[in-house]
Write a protein that binds this ligand. Sequence first.
Ligand SMILES: [Mg+2]
Length: 223
Amino acid sequence: MPEPQTASRHVLDQIAALPASDRPLVICDVDEVILHLISHLERYLTANDLIFLRHSYKFHGNIARRGDETPLSNDDVRRHLVRFFDEESHRQEMVEGADTGLARISENHEVLLLTNLPGAHNKPIRETLLAGFGITYPVLTNSGPKGGAVAALSAGRPAPVVFIDDSPTNHTSVHASLPSATLIQFIADDRFRANVTPEPHIDLLTGDWDETASFIATTLQEA
Ligand SMILES: [Mg+2]
């Protein structure tokens, strides 16, 4: 189990700028949860003569040139991800039901979006895209595992804080930093979700916004 993380100055400054609130909190990721990522990334990879080696939930070590099984180096993968977000992030499509699911959740919870989006210039682009779908909750940008940021955001909030994200790494990090958090692993892509064995700390594995909103309503009633 990893050590609890502390939040970066970059994240703490964004948290300090939020209006004070003691409402129950739902912290939600964006890529592959609210906006499709895998389908766009596959299109980008195809256009660049690249492929996923497996429908397994990681990028590093899992992307290669078509016809060559040798994975690209981590540096090359990082470079492609930065280029991908620069080229594609303004036109990512919404995951079905994300707008209505979040609206339902926001009736009883404050919703904050916590996204690892490369490139500070991409944040306003993402906010504009989300607003076009009627999704206007505050967007906070983070880099690296999210445990520190989630623990800092949870201060003064009733437990449990709910955390929604596709990435197993982020869930492990949040579990280490805030063990009381309710963890929802949301993966929109059916093939990638089917290849995930959820860790014991995951409370719900899903790709469905109706199920997510109902699960949170039930959790809140029991809390
Ligand atoms: Mg994500």
